[in-house]
Every structure is written in structure tokens, then in C-alpha cells.
Design a protein around this ligand. Structure first.
Ligand code: ASC
Length: 148
């Protein structure tokens, strides 16, 4: 009985902290946008483990590269009007400089396509180069449009 009560207590504390993390952000468009970026960052982290940390799963590289490219496919509807209001690191310039945003996005999509192409082969050096280029395009957009 004690064990059950303890398990229930742990489960409810976990549930409450997950809910309160969500409660900090009430704008669904921001929750969605951040979720998409987190999937992309997760793919980058997984690729890093394979390319630099010795995790042996070369066949997974193509999956992660495709996941990053697919993530960019969701960027178009990730910044609807009103999604500047809330807990966001998005700078207001995103909505006032759409042409520049588009250029940064196209650069990043180009890098993601090159990353997909590199991971279709077995040349680790080529994949590392494409991965670094991807990171640079991520950073270029963050520098202009993401608050630290
Ligand atoms: C990543 C990641 C980013 C970019 C950025 C590059 O792995 O999650 O947002 O690379 O850090 O500077």
C-alpha cells in the first residue's frame, strides 16, 4: 500500500511539473514552433554523437538529415500573426524583415538538402563538412533573429 501511495505521489508530482512547464507558455503557436525546433536540434545532437563522439550508427545519419530538412518544411506556418506575443526568443524583426528571413531560411534549406545528399553516401568527411555548414546556417539566422 505504501509503495502504491508513493508511486502515485511521484506520478502526480511529475504530471504537475510537466503541466506547469506548459503553463508558462500559453500561446499555442509558440509551443508548436518550439516543438518543431526542438526536433531539429535533437537531430543535430544525434548526428553530433555519430560524427564526433564515436557513436556507431552511420546508417542513422540519413534519417537525422531528412528530419532536419522536414523540419524546415514546417517553418512556413510556424510564425503566424500574434505568435510574437508570449515566452519567445523570436525577435520582432522576424515580422518586419520578411525578405531577410526568407533568405536565411532558403540558405538553411539549401544546407539541409546538401546534408541529406551527403548522408546518402559513405564519405564521413563530406557529411562532416555538410553538417558544419548546416550549423553555420542555423547560427546565421539565430544571430539575426533570435534573442539570446
Ligand atoms: C545545433 C543546434 C542549433 C545549431 C546552432 C549552430 O546543433 O541545436 O540550433 O546547431 O547551435 O550554431
Amino acid at each position: 500500500m505504501k509503495k502504491i501511495i508513493l508511486a502515485l505521489a511521484v506520478a502526480s508530482v511529475t504530471a504537475v511539473s510537466a503541466l506547469s512547464a506548459l503553463a508558462e507558455e500559453s500561446n499555442p503557436a509558440i509551443v508548436h514552433r518550439q516543438g518543431i525546433y526542438k526536433t531539429m536540434a535533437g537531430h543535430m545532437t544525434a548526428m553530433k554523437s555519430i560524427l564526433f563522439l564515436g557513436f556507431e550508427a552511420p546508417a542513422d545519419l540519413a534519417f537525422h538529415a531528412q528530419g532536419i530538412l522536414d523540419g524546415f518544411g514546417h517553418m512556413g506556418n510556424a510564425y503566424p500573426p500574434g505568435s510574437d506575443k508570449g515566452e519567445t526568443k523570436a525577435k520582432p524583426e522576424i515580422w518586419t524583415q520578411p525578405d531577410k528571413v526568407k533568405q536565411r531560411a532558403m540558405d538553411a534549406v539549401g544546407a539541409a538538402k546538401a546534408l541529406v545528399a551527403a548522408t546518402a553516401g559513405t564519405d564521413k568527411g563530406a557529411t562532416i563538412a555538410a553538417f558544419k555548414s548546416m550549423g553555420e546556417k542555423c547560427k546565421a539566422c539565430h544571430d539575426d533573429f533570435r534573442k539570446e
